[in-house]
Design a protein. Structure first.
Length: 82
């Protein structure tokens, strides 16, 4: 995937993270030639953005249960993550 210009939209978070970890390991090892290191870094940046987007999408889907004063659930609303 090092020569891919785009990350597939359907790439799972887990697969993207695994690939990103492999890239980081290879870059940290210093075993890649300069041109390959640059391509790996660029791919890593795209994978990082992809992971962030997947996390944001998941965050927006999470809802929290709203409990009324009587202790009973009265519905759900979007969760806030700050």
């Amino acid at each position: 995937m090092t020569d891919a210009a785009q990350i597939p939209a359907d790439l799972s978070f887990e697969d993207a993270l695994q690939r990103l970890e492999a890239i980081v390991s290879k870059l940290e090892s210093g075993q890649a030639p300069l041109e390959e290191s640059i391509a790996l870094y660029e791919e890593g940046a795209r994978l990082k953005a992809h992971c962030e987007n997947r996390l944001k999408a998941a965050q927006l889907r999470v809802e929290k249960i709203v409990v009324g004063p009587d202790g009973q659930a009265k519905g759900v609303e979007p969760a806030e993550f700050d």
